[in-house]
Design a protein around this ligand. Structure first.
Ligand SMILES: O=C(O)CCC(=O)C(=O)O
Ligand SMILES: [Fe+2]
Length: 376
């Protein structure tokens, strides 16, 4: 059982990635801190992460320049332009819990991702080419987006390897869940702009409460408040930018593989009510490849450190429904397709007008019956 007091955290720990590159003693210290953090918090800052400040500034700058373009130019990169649920997502067209998120985003994948061959199962379309803006329309976007994606993926693998070791596994033990056997990459970056909303606005949901449905997320934020994390006692904690760091959080597959020992922490973004300035954030998601089994079996006790085994199946408070959602789809590819169809209606209506996500959820899941109120 994890330490209850530690689970009721009030601020996020800062982990120093430089320790991983240091002596054996330094590395052991890092792994110890990482283990405690993943058991009790699931959300942390990393410093000395090795990603140059210019790379971070450039992706924020590229995102801002893109969002400032006229709507008809952004429209060329619309999420409706390709069947892969990526590209420009206009404000209030992404849905969480049946409600529009008051944010505008540009979602993109690894540039090497190709479209699945004709006749391939439909869920393979969750990976594919992104409709990027042209160099003429948005100078520098191509370089900034590539540099950020590659740097964030590199850090993502460094942390994934450290997480494996913190569990008592070989450093590459989790790679099998992340490296797509078909050579595509389940890497996703979202550039988000959260406009301020009027104090009397009836929707202040910047991004509804959720857990990230992957392995881990590396999140660059700016100085505008909004991000909140729910601790294990159910209390919402504000997360602020610490210069020179990223925020990192664990996703659902780490929670499942560790039998609940490591926590996929609930979080949300509040709109900047009555503010004057947009909030920007850039998360990078290291996700499972599409063939990974949705209800993946936890790693056997015998392979894990005793303190991980002892912390399994812990009970903690979260506003996220922990039941049926996790049963949807037999594989990550199927569940991801269903989730995208639900959350990105602009793409769904254009490319999959005959598909209904609730129907697919029933067809592709064992023992799942969605109720009228199932709008996660
Ligand atoms: O904007 C943020 O700070 C977090 C966004 C987020 O949690 C997400 O897109 O999954
Ligand atoms: Fe998130």
């Amino acid at each position: 059982m994890a330490n209850k007091a530690a689970g009721a955290f009030e601020k996020l720990p800062i982990l120093d990635v430089a320790l991983l590159r240091g002596s054996a003693k330094d590395k052991a210290q890092f792994l110890h801190e990482l283990r405690e953090t993943c058991l009790n918090v699931g959300f942390f800052y990393v410093k000395n992460h090795g990603i140059p400040e210019e790379v971070v500034e450039s992706i924020f700058g590229a995102g801002k320049r893109f969002f400032e373009l006229p709507a008809d130019v952004k429209q060329k990169s619309s999420v409706a332009a390709a069947p892969h649920f990526v590209g420009w997502i206009p404000a209030e067209s992404e849905i969480t819990h049946g409600r529009a998120d008051v944010r505008e985003s540009f979602d993109y994948q690894w540039k090497g991702n190709t479209a699945p061959p004709i006749g391939a199962p439909i869920w393979k379309n969750t990976l594919g080419p992104t409709p990027f803006p042209s160099e003429a329309d948005c100078p520098g976007f191509d370089k900034a987006s590539t540099d950020w994606m590659l740097a964030a993926a590199d850090l993502g693998y460094t942390l994934l390897h450290a997480i494996a070791e913190s569990l008592g596994l070989e450093s590459n033990a989790l790679d099998q869940y992340v490296n797509d056997p078909e050579g595509r990459r389940a890497w996703l970056t979202k550039i988000n702009r959260y406009p301020p909303v009027a104090p009397d606005a009836n929707n202040t949901q910047g991004c509804g409460h959720h857990t990230d449905d992957g392995f881990l997320t590396i999140l660059a934020i700016d100085d505008i408040p909004g991000l909140q994390v729910q601790n294990m006692a159910g209390t919402w904690i504000d997360v602020h930018r610490v210069p020179g760091t990223f925020v990192v959080n664990l996703g659902d597959y780490l929670e499942k593989l560790t039998g609940g020992a490591y926590v996929s922490t609930t979080h949300r973004v509040f709109s900047n009510v009555g503010g004057a300035v947009d909030r920007y954030s850039v998360p990078f998601f290291l996700d499972p490849h599409p063939l990974v089994i949705r209800n993946v079996e936890p790693i056997p006790d015998s392979a894990l450190l005793p303190e991980i085994v002892a912390a399994r199946n812990k009970d903690y408070k979260s506003d996220v429904m922990k039941g049926d959602q996790r049963k949807i789809g037999r594989t990550h590819g199927e569940s991801n397709f269903i989730n995208r169809l639900k959350s990105y209606p602009l793409c769904g209506d254009r490319w999959y007008p005959d598909l209904n996500w609730k129907q697919l959820a029933v067809e592709w899941s064992e023992g799942f019956t969605p109720g009228e109120t199932d709008v996660w």
